[in-house]
Design a protein around this ligand. Structure first.
Ligand code: SF4
Length: 475
């Protein structure tokens, strides 16, 4: 099996308004957001009159060939890349969701997770609504269609006031794009612009989960879509309204620790800055006498750079990652110890032999992978292995769009730090403090963060979605 002892990425969304090859820019944007979801992807485009879609299981580059993109030619497009745990049947839940409604055809792509989707769905089904997917996102579409508001922007605002939880949304009709974030701003969503050129006479407005998508399509970052904001981009103007101002911001701090790419700006802040700060703060809080700072690639790299800079201990890539590991591979008949991890990572013996190593990673989920990596480093000749984690112990599940195991499977929810150290076989183990995490990510400058997976204090009421929705349909 591939390494699965990690939090799973969630989803990425992108929207393009007013570009002669909107579908191609959406495709490129999704490509840049591939790290946020690798199970399925889809694009809906508009030629100004009607909407066209293509969705499939797999990676963006495999799904969207020239033949697939040509019929999607349009000037407006939205796209979605999704994480799910199920097989082929999950195509049902691939996004964007495209529906015909009494307000015309609308398509919607969602990053996040609604915590009251099931109760809304039960109510709507009892009133005769027929759902086509088992994804929480579909309740938003039904609420828009059923809204008594007369205009589409009013109906969207009305629907968004009725759902609870995490949602960064891009939507489109035949001639408009809509972008919205939930009032707490859990998931990121940025707005950018491609200035008009000789080829096209007006600016192209773009939205994406992360700004790394803008870099690829030549857009420049303008600003975040703000928590509780609905932006409408139409043929004549861009308008903004706040459909809700009632909640305190609680943006996901784990986006800075792990999910987002270091070359992105999210919540108005460079991820690289936060991640390097995490490593520096970790070195201040938990110093150790050592010869090398070694990251677990790729997730621990930037924090390790910070740890090395702060501590003065040399940074070395002493674990090499094989980037070409597929989802399925053939194991040798004679079982090889730690086969899955060895397939993905290999230690550099010449660097590690006789050395005291500080090993940096961004999290420990179940502990099984950390244990294998520590053993691998020792077997390569390291004298000591000191594990440092660039966030606090993860003790609670996420209900806002990150696929975390249940509490019973989170090692830090069930063992003390000393017990975890013994389990993974390290000489020492230290996590970053909660205060250190917030400081490193610029809490209050001006973003306020959700830290519920480290504290168990959730910013919303929680209906246990794990009880109701299978993991396959959660984002
Ligand atoms: Fe992010 Fe954790 Fe909050 Fe989920 S619970 S939104 S992963 S900080």
């Amino acid at each position: 099996m591939p390494i699965s002892d990690k939090f799973h990425d969630e989803c990425g969304v992108v929207a393009i308004f007013a570009h002669p090859e909107a579908e191609k820019l959406a495709y490129l944007g999704l490509h840049a957001l591939q790290h946020r979801g690798q199970e399925s992807a889809g694009i809906v485009s508009s030629d100004g009159l009607s909407l066209h879609q293509h969705k499939a299981m797999g990676l963006v580059a495999d799904i969207f060939t020239e033949d697939v993109l040509t019929p999607l030619r349009g000037s407006i497009a939205i796209g979605h890349t999704r994480y799910s745990t199920a097989g082929d049947s999950a195509l049902l839940n691939a996004q964007p969701i495209l529906v015909q409604s009494n307000k015309g055809a609308i398509a919607l792509a969602h990053n996040g997770n609604l915590v009251n989707a099931q109760s809304i769905r039960q109510r709507l089904e009892s009133q005769g609504s027929i759902f086509q997917t088992n994804s929480d996102t579909e309740v938003i579409v039904h609420l828009i269609a059923l809204s008594r508001e007369h205009t589409l922007p009013d109906a969207i605002a009305d629907a968004l006031r009725r759902v609870e939880g995490a949602f960064s949304l891009v939507m489109m009709s035949a001639d408009r794009v809509f972008a919205a974030r939930d009032p707490r701003g859990f998931r990121p969503l940025a707005m950018g612009r491609i200035p008009a050129t000789e080829g096209h006479s007006r600016d192209t407005i773009v939205f994406a989960s992360e700004t790394c998508a803008f870099d690829l399509i030549g857009a420049h970052y303008e600003r975040e879509v703000r928590p509780g904001e609905l932006i409408v981009v139409g043929p004549d103007e861009v308008t903004s309204r706040f459909y809700s101002t009632s909640a305190a911001q609680s943006s996901c701090i784990f986006e800075h620790v792990y999910f987002s790419r270091p070359d992105s700006v999210i919540f108005g802040r460079a991820v690289q800055t936060s991640r390097e700060n995490l490593g520096r703060q970790l070195a201040k809080e938990s110093p150790v006498e050592a010869d090398l700072v070694v990251p677990v690639p790729d997730s621990g790299v930037t924090a390790a750079v910070g740890y090395a800079a702060e501590s003065g201990i040399p940074f070395r890539f002493a674990l090499i990652r094989n980037h070409y590991v597929g989802r399925t591979f053939i194991e040798p008949r004679q079982s090889v110890r730690d086969f899955g991890v060895k397939l993905k990572l290999n230690p550099v013996r010449s660097l590690l032999e006789g050395k005291r190593v500080v090993l940096i990673d961004d999290s420990i989920v179940r502990g099984t992978t950390s244990r294998k990596i520590v053993r691998m480093i020792r077997n390569a000749g390291a004298r000591e292995v000191h594990m440092r984690i660039s966030c606090p112990p993860t003790i609670s599940s996420c209900y806002y769009g990150v696929d975390t195991p249940s509490r019973s499977q989170l090692i830090a929810a069930n063992k003390s730090i000393d017990e975890i150290r013994d389990y993974i076989g390290a000489d020492s183990l230290a996590y970053l403090s909660l205060e250190g995490l917030k400081r490193a990510c610029g809490e209050g400058e001006p973003t306020h963060y959700c830290t519920a997976c480290y504290t168990g204090n959730y910013p919303t009421e929680i209906i246990d979605v794990e009880e109701i929705l299978p993991a396959a349909v959660r984002r």
